[in-house]
Ligand binder design. Structure first.
Ligand code: ZN
Length: 128
């Protein structure tokens, strides 16, 4: 599930199954899948797991403001905006994406090209 870091060129994805961290090129990411306009699928991990990130249109409950959860969802939403702006929408949803007049309300306020997201403690303890 988690993205732990974003650079101008890549994202670091930590596999929820095997806890291996790997870099995925941002240019390889597409917004949307055949059935869902909000999903971003990372290429499969060597263990076979596929990490999926979901763009969200609701706002984070205030009790989680500033939490790892809040930062991660903002990073995913901002990453989705960048992917869309680069024209990498899944063909099934490209017209929908082009027609969007609003953005997800929870966007990352810092420099997305240098974003760091803390891992959940239980996963951080397993990362090699
Ligand atoms: Zn894995």
């Amino acid at each position: 599930m988690p993205i732990s870091r974003v650079t101008e060129e890549s994202i670091t994805v930590v596999c929820s199954n095997c806890a291996v961290a790997r870099d995925v090129q941002r240019a390889d990411l597409v917004l949307g899948t055949k059935r869902d306009p909000n999903m971003i699928c990372a290429p499969p991990c060597a263990c076979g797991s596929v990490e999926i990130f979901v763009r969200t249109w609701d706002t984070c409950p205030s009790q989680f403001t500033g939490s790892r959860f809040d930062v991660h969802r903002r990073v995913v939403n901002s990453l989705a905006q960048c992917i869309k702006a680069a024209g990498r929408s899944h063909a099934s949803h490209a017209p929908t994406h082009v027609g969007e007049t609003t953005a997800p309300p929870d966007l990352f306020s810092g420099d997305l090209d240098a974003a760091v997201v803390p891992l959940p403690a239980e996963l951080a303890a397993r990362v090699a």
